[in-house]
Ligand binder design. Structure first.
Ligand SMILES: Cc1cc2nc3c(=O)[nH]c(=O)nc-3n(C[C@H](O)[C@H](O)[C@H](O)COP(=O)(O)OP(=O)(O)OC[C@H]3O[C@@H](n4cnc5c(N)ncnc54)[C@H](O)[C@@H]3O)c2cc1C
Length: 229
């Protein structure tokens, strides 16, 4: 099917939020956390790239959150698109979805790894049985805490939701958490082992967090992850 770009805007340096629609269908059906794959012929080669959907199901509209990989192929192409342009797209897919909605959860993201959690967090909190949910979000600078207002608003409405941004390159004006997400695992988890942990971002962070969790005694099945590279 075709995805038509409605609008895009910068949400942090080198990061854009995109809004698309799929005019071929009335409803784009997907589970929060899934991704779509875009295909385009660029430089004479067919290129396919998956992108996590950063919005809840909403008719045929969906949103993405992308960072520019300057030496990359597909992200510079998407950044160059004007509203009205279309991209070939496959149906939503993927297993990075909430497995146990009634169980306590820790969501961990770095950078644009926040994208699926922008859909999974409000979805998880819609469940009246929802337990404690912590979202640990690692970025370098304060101006890169994308969707901060959305997550702060959710935290105000849901006392069982904790939004914990952490900055790896904070300046002296920042009074929140600092360092990498790995630094805050113990604080988020404590002695508990009866929660599921969802991790999304680049391989180095995902692999590192997984090995820490395994050393803490978490079972493989409790660690659900999506690697972007
Ligand atoms: C399931 C899945 C979901 C994804 N969802 C998103 C998303 O929501 N937002 C998003 O920005 N990307 C996402 N990606 C990554 C995306 O598919 C592309 O790999 C990315 O846009 C780079 O493509 P490119 O053609 O520009 O660069 P390429 O030429 O493919 O890659 C250049 C280099 O960039 C690295 N890279 C890949 N992704 C990133 C990234 N996000 N940040 C920094 N470096 C990266 C790769 O390791 C590679 O070495 C997802 C990947 C997967 C597997």
């Amino acid at each position: 099917m075709k995805a038509v770009l409605i609008e895009s805007h910068e949400i942090a340096p080198l990061v854009r939020h995109f809004v698309f629609e799929t005019p071929d269908v009335d409803q784009l059906r997907f589970k929060p956390g899934q991704f779509v794959s875009f295909t385009e012929t660029l430089g004479g080669k067919k290129i396919i790239r998956p992108y996590s959907i950063a919005s809840l199901p909403d008719g045929n509209r969906f949103e993405l959150c992308l960072n520019l990989v300057p030496e990359g192929i597909f992200s510079p192409y998407l950044f160059s698109l004007e509203p009205g342009a279309s991209v070939e797209m496959g149906a939503p897919l993927g297993f990075f979805v909430v497995r146990n909605p009634d169980r306590e959860a820790l969501f961990i993201a770095t950078g644009t790894g926040i994208a699926p959690f922008r859909a999974m967090t409000p979805d998880y909190l819609r469940n009246p049985q929802a337990k404690l949910l912590t979202l640990l979000f690692g970025v370098r600078y304060e101006n890169s805490i994308y969707y901060r207002d959305d997550f702060d608003a959710l935290a105000r409405r849901h006392p069982s939701f904790r939004f914990w941004p952490t900055l790896s390159r904070s300046d002296s004006s920042w009074t929140g958490r600092t360092g990498h997400v790995q630094t805050h695992l113990l604080e988020a988890i404590g002695d508990r082992r009866d929660l599921d942990v969802y991790i999304c971002g680049l391989k180095a962070m995902v692999d590192d967090v997984r090995s820490i969790l395994k050393a803490m005694g978490f079972d493989r099945k409790q660690i659900i992850f999506e690697k972007y590279d």
